[in-house]
Design a protein around this ligand. Structure first.
Ligand code: ADP
Length: 309
């Protein structure tokens, strides 16, 4: 288990740099690393992100992979999750329909999820296309808490099949943010799936993930996703949000890059560290609250979703 003290496996060079490496932070208010790049916004014009980040990545660094390659990579990465869910739900629905006795009610529930997930897949592709052509994604007023609730429903099967204990600790007064529902859903799903994958590679029992939200000074919504996994090698922290950075044999190294880009276009920031109270990695994202947006506890919690799933 990784702790906040230097690990014995650190190289001297890594240990020397450690004070600078304790947090990998990307924020719209700080200058992004020179090689920070946007995926779907692999977009040479890069208008949206450049405006938000105040950076001109194309001028700073020649692209390592082609724009088309990035675009394809981001689509493959993002639609993989909902397609896998669609296939699983379709197979299970068929079993309920073929069973004796037939269970049409359960099959129907699964088919409803298939409709939702296929809609989400179409949304993802539409947004990546929109970003690639420089069009700004549609934004509405929403709360991060409702996005998290939707993401938990979407990931329910994955959490259960990986024996993960998920706890939600959401603010009692969620504030509205102006954002794109599908994109923010992608960010939460990416972070939780990464945590599940980190836990899957350890013997740590129990496997825990905690998602928390809070309001910071009536200006920002803060969300942390923490896990009880091995944490992040301090030498990797500065590279996490770079393109194609992965330590996983089957990884594409695009999830955090895409997440960072989405958060940036929303005027927020995302960072990673090993300060999780669960002992593993912690990802913190902040998004600006829409002015005069505080909504009542009842509006969000009234939907009856649980504190832990
Ligand atoms: P991929 O999942 O395809 O590797 P990501 O961009 O999502 O791509 O993640 C990049 C890398 O960040 C991972 O390969 C892993 O090394 C590290 N990482 C991300 N989340 C976690 C986590 N919760 N715990 C430990 N390492 C993580």
């Amino acid at each position: 288990m990784m702790t906040n003290t230097p690990s014995v496996s650190e190289t001297p060079a890594c240990a020397r740099k450690r004070s600078h490496l304790e947090q990998a932070t990307v924020s719209s208010t700080t200058e992004a690393p020179a090689n920070a790049r946007m995926v779907g916004k692999a977009i040479e014009s890069g208008a949206i992100e450049q405006e938000v980040l105040g950076l001109s990545w194309h001028k700073r660094r020649a692209p390592r992979v082609s724009r088309l390659g990035e675009l394809v990579g981001s689509i493959v990465h993002e639609v993989n999750q909902p397609l896998a869910a669609i296939q699983l739900n379709a197979q299970t629905a068929l079993r309920w329909l073929d069973g004796d006795p037939q269970n049409v009610v359960r099959a129907r529930t699964l088919i409803e999820r298939i409709v939702q997930d296929s809609g989400r897949t179409l949304d993802i592709v539409a947004h990546i296309r929109a970003m690639a052509s420089g069009r700004a994604p549609q934004q509405t007023n929403l709360t991060l808490d409702e996005i998290i609730a939707e993401a938990m429903t979407f990931l329910q099967h994955e959490l259960q099949s990986n024996d993960v204990i998920m706890s939600l600790d959401l603010t009692s007064s969620p504030s509205e943010i102006n954002g794109n529902r599908s994109q923010l859903h992608q960010v939460i799903v990416n972070l939780v799936v990464n945590a599940i994958q980190a836990l899957a590679n350890t013997d740590t029992i129990p496997r825990k993930i905690a998602v928390r939200t809070s309001n910071l000074a009536d200006e920002l919504v803060c969300c942390t996703v923490e896990d009880s996994g091995p944490g992040i090698d301090p030498c990797h922290l500065p590279h996490l949000f770079e393109d194609v950075f992965t330590t996983r044999p089957t990884g594409m190294g695009m999830g955090l890059l895409i997440s960072r880009s989405i958060v940036a276009v929303h005027g927020g920031g995302i960072r990673a560290d090993n300060y999780s109270s669960l002992g593993g990695a912690r990802f913190t994202l902040t998004l600006p609250i829409t002015a005069d947006s505080a909504c009542t506890d009842f509006e969000v919690r009234g939907k009856g979703w649980p504190k832990s799933v």
